[in-house]
Write a protein of this length. Structure first.
Length: 183
């Protein structure tokens, strides 16, 4: 036989369930906030990775252009420090529709490529293309303004930057990647 509690004991036990539900809701809310924070951080890191992937693709694109035009590799040189003004492509014919010399092809390639670098592929994009001293290899350095996880100045100081030394100092929010090319 079950023993029943007196009616007054039931009244005292009724609020316990409500407190348990409230504690469960607080724990769930804290967990969901943590999950949302991780999602935001993940998207920020993904944005950084996307910028690096685009920079690598652009560097490899120029490397392929240089390899296909070995007669005028020296014409691909571009060493203007991080944005000191707008890039002005040398006057070259449209080598897609007309025949060009090797130098004209290099000028056309560099102008088209810099248009992609500065035209929105990389935010605040800039590039340096220079031959390594005493070697046949070339360094293609792409620079852009970081907008994701590494845009935090304190974090960038901790992680360091990969930008090469410039004649003018590169701003701290600029991210760099250098690819060595052997045409």
């Amino acid at each position: 036989m079950k023993r029943r509690l007196p009616h007054r004991d039931w009244r005292r036990a009724r609020g316990v369930t409500l407190i348990e539900v409230l504690v469960t809701m607080v724990i769930t809310a804290v967990g969901l906030l943590g999950l949302a924070g991780m999602q935001v951080r993940g998207l920020s890191i993904q944005k950084d990775a996307h910028g690096r992937a685009l920079a690598t693709q652009l560097a490899l694109d120029l490397a392929d252009r240089m390899r296909s035009n070995t007669g005028a590799v020296a014409s691909y040189t571009f060493t203007t420090p991080y944005p000191t003004g707008a890039y002005t492509a040398p006057a070259a014919p449209d080598c897609v529709t007309a025949a060009c010399t090797a130098v004209q092809q290099a000028q056309f390639d560099l102008g088209e490529w810099m248009g992609r670098v500065k035209g929105g592929a990389l935010p605040g994009g800039w590039a340096r293309v220079e031959q390594e001293a005493g070697t046949p290899a070339w360094k293609v350095t792409l620079m852009w303004v970081e907008t994701g996880f590494r845009a935090n100045p304190a974090l960038r100081t901790t992680l360091g930057t990969s930008c090469p030394p410039e004649t003018a100092p590169t701003p701290p929010e600029v991210e760099c990647i250098t690819v060595r090319v052997s045409p």
